[in-house]
Design a protein. Structure first.
Length: 179
């Protein structure tokens, strides 16, 4: 009888894990991307590079900062100069709320960003907050430099081998947390 109870519990525990969506956790301090299913880590990619000026709440286009926050994969470009580019839905509504308070964007721009998120569309990429933030490979870039210093303009970069492996997990709409 105990054996059947054990099997029953094991079956339902595996169902709850299987039903949880896969998502990405980008840890900018540890320089790692974790592929997560719920709280379980199913894959990890270390030695990532981030923006030249680190990770924090992004202030403006061209600041070379990787934005902290919660995003989704908005599009996938397999023909990128960086091998593969997983574009994020940056700026988020939260990014826009901070920017409207500081008067870095206009009310119509704020409303457009907010509406894009409500419609599950890519928000405007040409406001003062910038855009085209994503996770990508290094393409034809120098692999040895990639591992020495942070070099991106605000994106998260992996080696080409890593981006190919990560691509097996990534899908449009996937949740990405950058911390």
């Amino acid at each position: 009888m105990r054996y059947f109870i054990f099997l029953f519990l094991l079956f339902f525990a595996s169902l709850s894990i299987a039903d949880e969506a896969v998502w990405l956790l980008v840890d900018t301090q540890k320089k790692v991307i974790l592929v997560k299913r719920g709280e379980l880590t199913v894959a990890s990619f270390d030695g990532i590079s981030i923006g030249r000026k680190g990770a924090m709440y992004k202030q403006k286009s061209g600041d070379d900062i990787t934005p902290l926050g919660n995003y989704k994969i908005a599009y996938i470009n397999d023909q990128s100069q960086f091998r593969t580019f997983f574009g994020l839905d940056y700026p988020s509504v939260y990014d826009a709320e901070l920017a409207i308070l500081d008067k870095r964007i206009s009310v119509p721009q704020f409303q457009e960003i907010k509406q894009a998120h409500a419609d599950n569309r890519l928000p405007p990429q040409n406001t003062a907050l910038g855009g085209y933030i994503g996770i990508h490979g290094i393409g034809r870039g120098n692999q040895s430099l990639h591992s020495v210093f942070d070099w991106t303009q605000g994106c998260v970069a992996l080696s080409n081998r890593q981006i190919d492996q990560l691509a097996k997990w990534v899908y449009k709409g996937m949740r990405v947390q950058i911390k």
